[in-house]
Design a binder for this molecule. Structure first.
Ligand code: PLP
Length: 221
């Protein structure tokens, strides 16, 4: 038995969803979302061989992963402030939340200065929710052109978080369409509650937290 029955269970669900969709399970990356989890919850999943982890805050990620990130891939899946760009570029292999021009400019400048350029996903606010991060769908094509062609940044794909309480399928389909017309092959979509649906709609990476690690502890006040 592996060190993490919970990880085995998620991998089995990914394989089964991929099979139903006629896809190869190895084309789907599991990002284990370790934010706000105690190390006791993360350690068995790491010991079982999981290599890709997602975090939503730069400082918290540094505290958890600095000194143990060898051989791992760390992905930032939470909003990035421009004053944290330097630290984020130094720590993360992938930043999934590029969503505005100022941030793109800061990333380009930092990459040029540091020689380190994380792979990037542009976050799209598919539900056009005012409180949610992400570029508006109507601005996505122009923003992608700006980021890739004018700033020369390596955009790998698109990311979305569908509105809570709505069927996620149409949002996943919408994101896939925007990616296709922009020649992007990667889609980060699907979380604990909807990753099987996301796989049906073409997710190439899914972000799973609570279904893998259990409920999160609330952030320290
Ligand atoms: C927290 C978080 C997740 C994981 O959520 P679960 O429902 O616990 O799987 C996925 N994506 C983003 C952007 C998150 O902030």
């Amino acid at each position: 038995m592996s060190a993490s029955p919970a990880l085995d269970a998620i991998l089995a669900r990914i394989a089964s969803a991929a099979q139903s969709a006629g896809r190869n399970p190895s084309d789907i990356v599991l990002t284990a979302v370790s934010k706000q989890q105690p190390w006791d919850a993360v350690a068995p999943v790491l010991a079982a061989g999981q290599k890709v982890f997602g975090e939503n805050r730069v400082q918290e990620a540094l505290a958890r992963w600095e000194g143990r990130r060898e051989g791992l891939e760390l992905r930032l899946i939470g909003p990035l402030q421009t004053n944290k760009v330097r630290e984020a570029v130094a720590l993360f292999d992938v930043i999934e939340t590029l969503d505005r021009d100022r941030l793109a400019v800061a990333l380009a400048e930092t990459a040029a200065r540091s020689g380190r350029s994380p792979r990037l996903y542009v976050q799209v606010n598919t539900g056009e929710e005012p409180q949610k991060a992400g570029i508006a769908p109507l601005q996505a094509d122009a923003f992608l052109h700006r980021v890739r062609s004018e700033l020369g940044l390596p955009v790998e794909g698109l990311m979305c978080i569908p509105p809570a309480g709505e069927p996620p399928g149409p949002h996943f389909a919408f994101l896939a369409k925007i990616a296709a017309r922009n020649g992007l092959a990667r889609l980060s979509m699907g979380m604990s509650g909807d990753f099987e649906t996301a796989i049906t709609f073409g997710a190439t990476s899914i972000r799973v937290g609570s279904a893998l690690f259990g409920d999160r502890s609330p952030p320290a006040a």
